[in-house]
Design a protein. Structure first.
Length: 200
């Protein structure tokens, strides 16, 4: 599981390229090489979060690209005293994902989104596919903020406080979002199992 701190450490190990805040400051002055270094470091992070929240590779790629563009356009607005660059990026990506979900109807799980272990036999592979598809459908049924909380805390390893800063709510609100998300996932998965059993 990727953790926010790891990204920050990667930034500080950037050698002559400088740390994240320095790179963004140079980007704000029009230094394209500095911004390219930021994209290299954080582009995969943006894509990973967008993919988990949208469940659609093409939409995720579009959102990740838009997030990078917005970072470039707003580089001069970033204040390293108020937030880490990774936290700022998370907020941009999450907001873009929420906006995208407001505009679009839920999309089906893309083919091959959860690849099956090639060593699994046919029955295991089918069961894995069914569980993955059921979980994806359940996650897709969650409200955007609940999905964001799950993605940031469980997938990205952020603390409740850091996730709260990204989403724009209190740490207590993040705890409530997670609790509701877990409860809702249990309900949706149980209903999905019942439907499957009724069909057999």
């Amino acid at each position: 599981m990727a953790r926010e701190g790891g990204s920050e450490e990667a930034g500080s190990r950037g050698g002559d390229l400088g740390d994240d805040a320095g790179l963004l400051a140079r980007s704000a002055s029009g230094d394209r090489r500095a911004f390219d270094a930021i994209v290299t470091r954080y582009g995969p992070v943006a894509l990973r979060i967008a993919a988990r929240m949208t469940l659609d590779r093409q939409s995720a790629e579009d959102i990740a690209q838009e997030a990078m563009v917005r970072m470039w356009q707003r580089a001069s607005e970033f204040d390293a005293r108020r937030a880490r660059l990774s936290t700022w990026l998370y907020r941009i990506v999450v907001n873009l994902c929420i906006d995208s979900r407001r505009r679009l109807q839920p999309l089906p799980l893309p083919e091959g989104f959860d690849p099956v272990d090639p060593s699994a036999n046919a029955v295991e592979a089918m069961e894995f596919d069914e569980r993955s598809a059921a979980l994806a459908r359940a996650i897709d049924g969650l409200p955007s903020r609940q999905r964001a909380a799950l993605t940031l805390v469980y997938d990205e390893g952020l603390s409740g406080a850091d996730a709260a800063q990204v989403i724009g709510v209190s740490a207590k609100a993040v705890e409530r979002l997670l609790a509701r998300a877990r409860a809702r996932l249990r309900e949706l998965l149980a209903a999905d199992r019942q439907r499957s059993e009724a069909d057999t």
